[in-house]
Ligand binder design. Structure first.
Ligand code: PMP
Length: 292
């Protein structure tokens, strides 16, 4: 991945992709002093760019990291990272991390670095293949409590248990894992939020110990605009058999129907199809109908 041609944005300028390197003694690598974003450009426009950039700054603020650029500069750099690669449709990854000027838990004299790379990451499945749904395992790892980890930050450290959960699921032939929270309620997947459907109503857990995804917020708004009621409440695993449809949301995942979670089966249907369609229309529209 690091040996590609082209350029990316690194600390204020465009550099050759292959030369965008960090030292092995980087604080962000040893102590996870690192936050990032994941967003998509559609037709030359990054969907909810301002919201993603703002969340990057919020994530950094929560970790006590000061980003040496303004939000407008970072938003412009996200577009530049796509344009330099000649992309109109791309996945964009801004990352902020503490450098290698000192090596200790304390990071008082490290510099903050910012890099933004864009690459092509199409949705590999056409909508009808997607409607078959993906299969999820149930992870043994739980999302931590908000007083155990900075759960509202998109912080690299929080992804350690996500990669472990995803690998464990993949080893058993599943596409991804559903994670429970520290109380045992349904939380989310390893890189996407989760929704269920029962009697024409959407149910999703409140984002009180995991990322309140920008796609999650957009899908809730779109559902309400289309007269689909949305209930945010704690969900127990013993109610999973009462739901008929299930789907994941995320900037990378978009709206992805789920057919199975461990022993529980779902049949992606009208609500999955409707939300996939209206989300796709909104991300491709010149002006989003969603105000977050
Ligand atoms: N939860 C996790 C753990 C994620 O990594 C993501 C992807 N950023 C999401 C939820 C969805 O967030 P968004 O819709 O803002 O991409």
């Amino acid at each position: 991945f690091d040996q590609r041609d082209g350029s990316l944005w690194f600390d204020g300028k465009l550099v050759p992709w292959k030369d965008a390197k960090a030292h092995v003694l980087t604080h962000g690598l040893h102590y996870a002093s690192c936050v990032f974003e994941g967003e998509r450009m559609y037709n030359g426009r990054i969907y909810k760019l301002k919201e993603h950039t703002h969340r990057l700054f919020e994530s950094a603020r929560i970790l006590g990291i000061t980003i040496p650029f303004t939000e407008d500069e970072i938003s412009a750099a996200c577009i530049e990272a796509c344009e330099v690669q000649g992309y109109k449709d791309a996945y964009v990854r801004p990352v902020v991390y503490r450098g290698s000027e000192m090596m200790a838990v304390s990071a008082q004299s490290t510099k903050t670095h910012v890099a933004i790379a864009a690459w092509q990451w199409p949705s590999y499945f056409d909508p009808e293949t997607k409607m078959k749904g993906i299969r999820l395992d149930v992870s043994d790892w739980k999302r931590p409590a908000p007083d155990t980890a900075p759960t509202q930050a998109k912080a690299a450290g929080l992804y350690m248990i996500c990669t472990m959960s995803k690998h464990a699921a993949e080893a058993k032939g599943y596409a991804d894992a559903m994670m429970l929270d520290y109380r045992g309620y349904v939380a989310e997947a390893t890189g996407a939020n989760i929704f269920f459907v029962k009697g024409g109503t959407l149910y999703t857990p409140p984002a009180d110990c995991f990322l309140n995804g920008i796609t999650r917020q957009s899908v809730i708004a779109l559902a309400k605009l289309h007269q689909i009621p949305v209930v945010e409440r704690l969900i127990r695993t013993d109610e999973l058999p009462t739901f008929t449809e299930c789907f994941l949301t995320g900037s990378a995942a978009e709206v992805t129907p789920v057919s199975e979670i461990g022993p529980w089966k779902f049949t992606p249907g009208d609500i999955c199809r409707k939300l996939m369609t209206v989300y796709s229309e909104d991300v491709n529209a010149e002006v989003s109908v969603v105000k977050l």
